[in-house]
Write a protein that binds this ligand. Structure first.
Ligand code: ASP
Length: 311
């Protein structure tokens, strides 16, 4: 066994970082989640002298992330964090829903040790794959003295787990911090230069996440837009929707055609939260300040957690 707090655990969940294409010049026509996390670690020579253990928890394209995987992941991460010899955790993940997993893990675990999500925009087979450097940087962050909480590491940037958002479909630096905040830090030659405090908070506990998908509440995101119709919302209500996040226009406005259906939902006791579909800013003057500054996707997680706590 390693001396106290030396061990880094790398948990693989799939994604493009573990993706493979038929040709080294194909950066889009690949299949995510093909290579094992042990293979990813084995491809980075500088990691071979580190005290690492690699474990495969899932092998998903993260567009298909699901509640059962989230529940398993949160529990497994907590188990490793509870081990005295573990210094930090790295999770390899797809970029598509990384921000949802990061938000969920920070709210549920709020760990005192670092939990670092990393990913790649190009498959492992690409001529210039970004995964190996991101993995190396993620391990550097997990080993950094004072590092704590859930963060993401991508293209040399460290981003706060509650704020991160994917803002580009193709670029290697596909993520940005929240609109009014900045990067948590950068990784330069294996050294972290932090600009802000690490994420802290009160943990809800992994047990709040049911292992049975049927016990998760049904929460949807609906965007307001020109030509909106209320029928979809009404159908959701009748089918038993339990929570709604509106991705509103501008500073939290909703098309009048949705008004009656939103009101009917509220009348039947279904919480309706407003977020903005704008890439920048927050809803100024919103009654629910918390949702007002979240992306619709983070708000959907937050509302789900709130409903889970009530049951
Ligand atoms: N579809 C992939 C995923 O989220 C995209 C990526 O990882 O970049 O798993």
């Amino acid at each position: 066994m390693q001396s106290a707090q030396q061990q880094i655990v790398i948990i693989g969940t799939g994604g493009t970082i573990a993706g493979a294409a038929g040709s080294a010049t194909d950066n889009v026509g690949y299949k995510a989640g093909q290579l094992s996390v042990a293979t990813l670690v084995g491809a980075v020579p500088a990691l071979q002298s580190e005290a690492l253990e690699a474990e495969q928890l899932a092998q998903l394209d993260s567009k298909d992330m699901d509640e059962v995987t989230w529940a398993r992941l949160a529990r497994r991460v907590q188990q490793h964090l509870d081990r005295e010899e573990v210094r930090g955790i790295v999770i390899t993940h797809g970029t598509d829903t990384l921000e949802e997993t990061a938000y969920l893990l920070q709210r549920v675990l709020a760990p005192r040790k670092p939990v670092v999500l990393t990913a790649a925009m190009r498959p492992a087979t690409a001529l210039q794959a970004d995964g190996p450097q991101n993995l190396l940087d993620a391990v550097a962050v997990a080993k950094t003295p004072g590092a704590r909480g859930v963060v993401a590491v991508m293209a040399g940037q460290v981003l706060h787990g509650l704020e991160i958002r994917k803002t580009h479909t193709y670029r290697l630096d596909a993520f940005e911090p929240g609109p009014d905040t900045g990067l948590l830090g950068v990784v330069e030659e294996g050294v972290v230069r932090a600009f802000r405090d690490w994420p802290t908070g009160e943990a809800l506990g992994a047990a709040v996440l049911p292992e049975d998908a049927a016990r998760w509440p049904w929460v949807e995101v609906l965007a307001s837009h020109g030509g909106a119709r209320g029928q979809a919302l009404e159908a959701w209500r009748q089918a038993g929707l339990q929570g709604l996040v509106l991705a509103c226009t501008g500073n939290g406005t909703v098309h009048q055609a949705l008004g009656a259906a939103v009101e009917a939902l509220r009348q039947s006791g279904v919480p309706v939260w407003r977020t903005t579909r704008c890439a920048q800013g927050r809803i100024v003057g919103a009654a629910d300040e918390k949702a007002a500054q979240l992306t619709p996707w983070a708000a959907r997680i937050e509302l789900s957690l709130q409903l889970l706590q009530q049951h």
